[in-house]
Design a protein around this ligand. Structure first.
Ligand SMILES: Nc1nc2c(c(=O)[nH]1)N[C@H]1C(S)=C(S)[C@@H](COP(=O)(O)O)O[C@H]1N2
Ligand SMILES: [Mo]
Length: 306
């Protein structure tokens, strides 16, 4: 069983005692109903083994991660998703893997989650709006799913789509972005071991505002690439359209790799603020994952392919 109800406060060896104590405190306040809006505050535990894919940095408090979100389907203010996503139905859930592959597949959430052992990976995530966070995510490499469907030689990119239901997401229309939310990766980016299919955070299943029941985390790219509440994964031949590129093509490029040297047309990307902290820190090339991913872009002009 992956989900259990017994509390598990054993925590990663790689986090400091202070982080551990912080976490206990935040879990306690969440349990007391302080941190989370809506009725779905009883999160189920999600067991995961520790992983080597981890940054040794202070993790961002659970309360900040679950209270300051971008999820336009549930409103455009940072505190809207925590307030409005609580009753979103994430069961039953189906994810379809289709397109240019020998073995298309449909998974319910449970069968998807059992495709590989769950790992806890502490990753940075950097939003294009120049804030960032460090999160103990739970999931496994997306490649575990992709390789099972045996992509054909025509599969050059992977396209993703979010669930959309205007009845369950009445505020979505007001966001004025085209929905369902769409994203895409080049096949080699999608197959990269860092690319995480994510089911949980902080030892629990994903809170709805963070993209339950399953989302992507691509830690070297701006946060908008990390699409939430996925229902469709397709192998495609051409670079797929993505929501922010459809909306404002002169501001958002397909790659969207974190790059302090390429500013957004309206603001600098040279520095960032960790949510919950006051001072700014310098943004790192590929969000600090250059050693792992820079080779994917060898020979590319990153000022052109931003
Ligand atoms: N479906 C969907 N996915 C989405 C978004 C969204 O509005 N809708 N926002 C993106 C943006 S801009 C960011 S920064 C991250 C935020 O993830 P978080 O709320 O877990 O911090 O989710 C991304 N995934
Ligand atoms: Mo973002």
């Amino acid at each position: 069983m992956l989900i259990r109800s017994a509390p598990d406060l054993k925590y990663s060896d790689v986090t400091s005692k202070k982080d551990f104590l912080d976490r206990r405190r935040f879990l306690a306040s969440a349990a007391a109903g302080v941190a989370l809006g809506g009725p779905a505050a009883q999160a189920a535990k999600l067991e995961a083994r520790k992983s080597g894919y981890t940054v040794a940095e202070t993790v961002t408090p659970l309360k900040a991660i679950t209270g300051y979100n971008n999820y336009y389907e549930f409103g455009t203010n940072k505190d809207d998703p925590a307030r409005n996503a609580g009753e979103f139905r994430t069961e039953p859930w189906q994810v379809s893997v289709e397109g240019h592959c020998a073995k298309p597949a449909k998974y319910d959430l449970d069968s998807l989650r059992k495709l590989a052992p769950l790992e806890e990976r502490i990753y940075r995530l950097r939003c294009v709006e120049a804030w960032s966070m460090v999160v103990p995510w739970i999931g496994f490499s997306l490649s575990e799913v992709l390789k099972r469907s045996e992509p054909t030689s025509k599969a050059k990119y992977v396209a993703f789509e979010t669930y959309y239901d205007s009845k369950q997401m009445p505020l979505a229309k007001g966001s004025r972005i085209p929905l369902p939310y769409k994203e895409g990766l080049r096949l080699d980016e999608a197959m990269h071991p860092l690319t995480l299919l994510t089911f949980g955070l902080y030892g629990e299943v994903l809170p709805n505002q963070n993209g339950a029941p399953v989302r992507m985390i691509i830690p070297w790219k701006y946060g908008f690439k990390s699409i939430k509440s996925i229902v469709k994964i397709s192998f495609v031949e051409k670079e797929p359209p993505f929501t922010w590129g459809i909306m404002i093509p002169n501001e958002y490029g397909f790659y969207s790799n974190v790059n302090p040297e390429v500013d957004h047309p309206r603001w600098s990307q040279g520095s960032e603020r960790r949510i919950g902290e006051f001072s700014k820190r310098k943004t790192l090339m590929f969000n600090g994952y250059a050693d792992q991913v820079a080779s994917l872009y060898a020979g590319m002009d990153l000022k052109k392919h931003y």
